[in-house]
Design a protein around this ligand. Structure first.
Ligand code: PLP
Length: 409
């Protein structure tokens, strides 16, 4: 028998930037009996979650829910809007932007990467992986595309590999300033329901997201939020698609059903997650993650370690990337912390492998969970022989005790 619950006492500290710890309230909701997905009870559940999820994306338009991880929703966004050989302009914010670009290549598109050139003198890491999207580079590229070959601009809102967010409204302004008709597609797989995100107000055509981060659900469902323009474009898009095709799903969703078997129990969980997030209100949820991020960064500053994000204005409220000193293998530090303190941290991905680790501050956690996680990191860094300038624990305690919380947390 596979034994997974090997933690002798207490809970494992899942401090990776998703999947995030799932609240008991959601786990309980998911333990309800599975029902007939064509029966009347299911229709009520379907209609309720399809309505509620729009409030999370801040949209009046359809949101498609897939029984897949976020990668499926990436593919759905591209295959519903593009035709073979189309050029798409993507922006290199980090590992996830790079994976989305590889997918575009595999689907037969011609993706182009915009990026800030050069490497950082302090760390030797690419500049583009330490800052958000530079909207002026997008505008510049679109202005040169007089023939409108570029069909979509694709950016990652919260780059989970680096802990950097991007100003999506600025990207919209850049596209408009260039007078370009390209669609704007945004991945907020790790930003939804934790970092401020406004599908309609920011003029986004397709938003891609997933369940296992800010919504505090297990992995397994993903989303495409659509604009009327995206729906129009999809009618002529020629990339092959069937499972991912929006038209049949959007049509059947009108009555609360899907053309295939949806993830019933994850939808129970989604219904509970929507209640939890909307009961508190999105502004409270955003402020809470912002505050957690500031508390964690207070600790990292006190340790004297650099964060992967170098622009104070765009630190992610969801995770913090911490760079280890040259010669210290961040993966070895993570392994030690996992073995000694039953605490999981996110690994450095792609170009950042071994150079940094990521602390997630999302999901079912609170000030004291984060304090415990930070103590595990601080002990682990000391055990690994990393010289620390001071106590991050003390700095975070000062931050959390000195920063009032809003009611309703
Ligand atoms: N995009 C971002 C920003 C992510 O953080 C992730 C996963 O962490 C993905 C895409 C891929 O999603 P999934 O692993 O759910 O397929």
């Amino acid at each position: 028998m596979l034994q997974l619950d090997i933690h002798p006492t207490g809970r494992h500290f899942l401090q990776i930037p998703g999947p995030s710890p799932v609240p008991d309230r959601i786990l309980r909701a998911m333990s309800l009996p599975t029902i007939d997905h064509r029966g009347p009870e299911f229709g009520a559940l379907g209609r309720q979650v399809l309505e509620g999820i729009r409030a999370i994306f801040q949209t009046q338009h359809p949101v498609v829910i897939y029984p897949s991880s976020g990668t499926g929703a990436w593919e759905a966004a591209l295959s519903n809007t593009c035709s073979p050989g189309d050029t798409v302009l993507m922006y290199e914010t980090g590992h996830f932007a790079s994976l989305w670009k590889s997918m575009a290549e595999r689907l037969g598109l011609r993706p182009e990467f915009a990026a800030l050139p050069g490497t950082d003198t302090e760390t030797g890491l690419p500049n583009s992986w330490r800052r958000g999207v530079q909207a002026d580079l997008i505008e510049e590229r679109l202005r040169k595309d007089g023939a409108h070959r570029i069909k979509a601009v694709c950016v990652v809102h919260n780059e989970t590999s680096t802990g950097v967010t991007s100003d999506i409204a600025a990207v919209r302004r850049a596209i408009d300033a260039a007078g370009h008709p390209a669609l704007l597609m945004v991945d907020t797989i790790s930003g939804l329901a934790s970092a401020d995100f406004r599908h309609d107000e920011w003029g986004i055509d397709v938003t891609v997201s997933g369940s296992q981060k800010g919504l505090m659900l297990p992995p397994g469902i993903s989303f495409n939020a659509l604009s009327p323009k995206a729906i129009e474009v999809s009618k002529k898009a020629r990339l092959p698609k069937s499972f991912w095709a929006w038209d049949e799903i959007v049509e059947m969703n009108k009555t609360g059903y899907w053309p295939y078997t949806p993830s019933t129990n994850l939808l129970y969980g989604l219904s509970e997650a929507l209640d939890m997030v909307l009961e508190q209100g999105l502004p409270v949820v955003f402020a809470r993650h912002q505050r957690w991020g500031e508390g964690v960064r207070a600790a990292v500053r006190a340790w004297g370690l650099p964060t992967q994000c170098v622009d104070e204005r765009v630190h992610s409220p969801v995770l913090t990337g911490v760079i280890t000193p040259q010669g210290v293998d961040a993966d070895a530090v993570r392994k030690l912390i996992h073995e000694r303190f039953d605490l999981s941290l996110g690994a450095g991905l792609g170009k950042l492998k071994g150079r940094m680790f990521r602390i997630g501050h999302l999901g079912d956690c609170n000030d004291l969970t984060l304090m415990a996680a930070l103590s595990g990191v601080e002990m682990g860094l000391k055990l690994a022989g990393v010289p620390l300038a001071g106590s991050g624990m003390m700095a975070a305690m000062d931050y959390f005790s000195g920063t009032p919380v809003r009611k309703n947390w």
